[in-house]
Write a protein that binds this ligand. Structure first.
Ligand code: EPU
Length: 344
């Protein structure tokens, strides 16, 4: 276990915010986590406790007065002969995707190349190209940060929603230890997401509607996602960012209809409950924000849903730009954009 006091979190968040935590602890085992919980219970660690993963969906807005925890619990283990995999919270998500592709295990190939670790991926129910991690989660093992109680959450008990779960409420009481993924050795290519299908069609020298799904491999899917993401999303190693800054909004039908009067081509996805899901990127783009710079923050040219740190951005630069974008989208379209990124 590695305990640091007065620790800079710059290397622990992909926005690259240079904030200081009173205390920062990395732990490698369950007993170490239990020891941390006991210490916190006895007032030997600054509170509150904040559990992070790779910090790829967090904006630290100020120094953190409390203890930041990070799991280094690893492991990608077969539970039995079937494709049930138990993966450690501190495992890099992409390493799990890579393992599955090499072993011919299907189910998470559409979630390839998403930054972050297993714990964070589960907590925020990552999703891309028509798949969410909740689709393959059988159960999640977690410890209460107040009592040390261990609980196995069934998929239902995780209460997964769009980028939400019981694990990513502000100062959630639960530290994820492992997640058990219910995957499959049977090929199950899902290329319904338009852009994914188009790129794979190109690889197969076919028109999108002519792609023969039987010949679509995991490598095709991973390659295509690498191409699509590479063209749109900035690499946090070069430009600090946390992926999509806002969630795609769900609106009442009349809100969409008002937009469609002026923009019949506005992307929209009808929902079973009668509402419409809109594209935040499209709304932001239509308000003219692409490439806009505010102090050290910038609305990314290739995907306006992403806000980047151009080098020395302060958290306030990013928050101010986000606020201005929200106000302008609201004034123009009457739609409230909510941050996907968690402010701490
Ligand atoms: N668009 C524009 N202008 C642009 C870019 C996009 O109008 O410059 C519109 C287009 O209509 C496009 C639509 O936005 O069809 C959707 O764009 P994209 O396919 O990139 O998806 P997204 O809805 O913007 C979501 C997730 C991403 C995920 C992709 C792919 C959210 C908040 N974001 O983005 O997740 O990778 O779909 O499935 O749900 C993340 O959560 O950090 C993330 C990157």
């Amino acid at each position: 276990m590695d305990i640091r006091n007065h620790y800079s979190l710059k290397g622990n968040n992909t926005f690259g915010m240079d904030v200081v935590a009173d205390c920062y602890i990395e732990y490698d085992t369950r007993p170490e986590l239990l020891q941390i919980i006991r210490m916190a219970g006895h007032g030997q660690l600054p509170k509150p406790l904040l559990h992070i993963g790779a910090g790829s969906n967090i904006l630290f807005t100020q120094d953190f007065h409390g203890t930041v925890l990070r799991s280094k619990i690893k492991g990608i283990d077969r539970v039995d002969k079937a494709a049930l995999l138990k993966v450690g919270a501190g495992e890099k998500w992409e390493d799990v995707c890579d393992f599955c592709a090499r072993e011919g295990i299907w189910g998470i190939e559409n979630l390839s190349i998403i930054p972050g670790e297993v714990g964070g991926a589960v907590a925020q129910n990552i999703g891309a190209y028509g798949v969410e991690i909740k689709d393959v989660i059988q159960s999640v093992e977690a410890y209460s940060l107040t009592t040390g109680e261990k609980k196995i959450f069934t998929n239902n008990e995780c209460k997964f929603g769009y980028r939400t779960s019981v694990f990513n409420t502000q100062y959630s009481d639960w530290a994820i230890i492992t997640a058990t993924l219910d995957l499959s050795y049977n090929p199950k290519p899902n290329i319904e997401y338009g852009e994914l299908k188009n790129v794979i069609a190109k690889y197969h020298h076919r028109k999108p509607e002519q792609v023969d799904i039987r010949y679509v491999t995991q490598m095709d899917i991973r390659e295509a996602i690498l191409e699509i993401r590479g063209a749109k999303l900035p690499d946090p190693k070069n430009l600090g960012n946390a992926g999509s800054f806002f969630k795609n909004p769900y609106v009442e039908k009349n809100v969409y209809e008002a937009i469609a009067k002026d923009f019949p081509d506005a992307p929209h996805y009808p929902q079973p409950d009668g509402r419409e899901k809109l594209s935040a990127a499209w709304l932001i783009d239509k308000c003219g924000w692409k490439g806009a710079v505010h102090k050290g923050a910038k609305c990314y040219d290739k995907q306006p849903l992403v806000i980047v740190n151009t080098g020395n951005a302060k958290a306030t630069d990013i928050m101010e730009l986000a606020r201005e974008i929200q106000v302008s989208v609201y004034n123009r379209f009457g739609v409230n954009l909510k941050p996907e990124v968690k402010y701490v």
